[in-house]
Design a protein around this ligand. Sequence first.
Ligand SMILES: *Cc1c(COP(=O)(O)O)cnc(C)c1O
Length: 398
Amino acid sequence: MEPTPAARALATEAVHAGRDDLAALGVHAAPLDLSTTYPSYDSRAEAARLDRFAATGELPDGPPVYGRLDNPTVARFEQALARLEGTEDAVAFASGMAALTAAVLVRVGDGLRHVVAVRPLYGCSDHLLDGGLLGTEVTWTDPAGIEEALRPDTGLVLVETPANPTLRELDLRAIAHSCGTVPLLADNTFATPVLQRPHESGARLVLHSATKYLGGHGDVLGGVVACDAEYARKLRQVRFETGGVLHPLAGYLLLRGLATLPVRVAAQSATAAELARRLAADPRVVRVHYPRLGGAMVAFEVAGDPHEVIAGVRLVTPAVSLGSVDSLIQHPGSISHRVVGEAGRSAGGISDRLLRMSVGLEDVEDLWRDLDAALSGRGRPTGSARETPERAYGPAAP
Ligand SMILES: *Cc1c(COP(=O)(O)O)cnc(C)c1O
């Protein structure tokens, strides 16, 4: 990685990080390198480069050898995200779940199979740890119980703040202190580095589902772990072995997404805060969850049937996922946290009446009109377009 220039503001880094060499290259947009392999007439040198990577996790100088090892376009995104999170390095993956898997496998590979985690977490993260697929054993605890839950074989402590889907906020500094020498992984997907930089509070690993705010347009799946150089080397070795690489085109789109991240998060958060205020004053809503930190996610528990609200929106898209320029709403009990099961949801404080909304860049009055109609049961589309969507793509029946 090149040395960090004199401290620049986040908005400046968002636009320039990972692109500092472009003018010298004589280009304006980042080059997109789609190569899967890189020719070399010197196979002795390739052997030495691969040996060094296997021993140390250091990326070879020069071309990457093979696309599963490294990619120059993806590396630009990694470098930019590391700058935004204030870490030495970052390693990108095919999705947030691939990133979390690699972060866990680094420790499981060292025999450290025990994970301490605080609920709620994103549903699939909860399931990945709890299900034991990666050989982990998890202790669920409250922040106050972390220190006591640590064991000699504890490899990671895992938290989300604000958490998906209840937006529960945690004191990262206090938690990092309780972790001692055990790495703390903080999922920063909801806050983004615009609102919170967990590394500054002592988190060794900062995870993102880049699918959400970093990409920001609902058209890229990706994940990334921002961390120190030592952990990054291990993550790259795991990524090479297990293959959860980010596609270069996705890396290109994520780098482009970062440029507008600060303005998107600021605008979307202002609208979300206003919607949270109106929902809190509304008798059809029994509880609103909105972080003190701010952000563009709002969760609320309705007095009536949450499924009717989902069925009633028209401008807001009823779909899982979040962080896009357009607003989405979903019912965690049915979708994002279905896989956790009823007991896990209840342990995480996820009510069956809870709806989770990702607020986009639309005008606040238009969004409110849509929510207001859906809450009143006036928003249900005539006909059943949503229940039986047209087949938009995919091969026609023969
Ligand atoms: C979506 C999400 C993930 C998983 O990311 P994918 O890109 O869908 O694999 C992890 N953590 C949080 C908080 C998420 O919202």
